[in-house]
Design a protein around this ligand. Structure first.
Ligand code: UDP
Length: 140
């Protein structure tokens, strides 16, 4: 299997509870390596742009408000089959449906405040990485 990259966000519900390290440890234990990381406060424009695919969904406005409600940590993760590996350790979108031992089962507060984002395909990973990082900010 090839070493690939994915994009992750530690969301405001997790940074608010001081879980940046705990979440990152679970990512690392899953075999992922943090090759870029920065703590930012997303602007409304960034959040709307990042989640543009969900623009017509009923939860869009609440989601943008949530994602701009506090700091987030954006990360590039590297590992074998990184997209799938990250989705596995994240768990299902709704924490009630997430498997035991996943980040969302362990830490998420709700379907919205679900602690982490992870790209859902290699193609989207590249788009999302480019949205937040310059090439020189990624050190593999
Ligand atoms: N979300 C929400 N309500 C929903 C579905 C999703 O607030 O009914 C939020 C949630 O924070 C989720 C994000 O929108 O992580 C993106 O949704 P998606 O379906 O892409 O899930 P993910 O890929 O994050 O598991």
């Amino acid at each position: 299997m090839a070493t690939t990259r994915t994009f992750s966000i530690i969301k405001p519900d997790a940074t608010r509870r001081n879980l940046t390290g705990a979440v990152t440890a679970m990512l690392e234990e899953a075999g992922l390596r943090v090759v870029a990381s920065k703590r930012i406060r997303m602007t409304r424009e960034q959040a709307e742009g990042f989640y543009a695919v969900h623009k017509e969904r009923p939860f869009f406005n609440d989601l943008v408000a949530f994602m701009t409600s506090g700091p987030v940590v954006v990360q590039v993760l590297e590992g074998e089959n990184a997209v799938a590996r990250n989705r596995e350790v994240m768990g299902a979108t709704n924490p009630d449906a997430a498997d035991e031992g996943t980040i969302r089962k362990t830490y998420a507060e709700s379907i919205e405040a679900n602690s982490v984002h992870g790209s859902d395909s290699d193609e989207n990973a590249k788009i999302e990485i480019d949205f937040f990082f310059k090439p020189e900010e990624i050190v593999g």
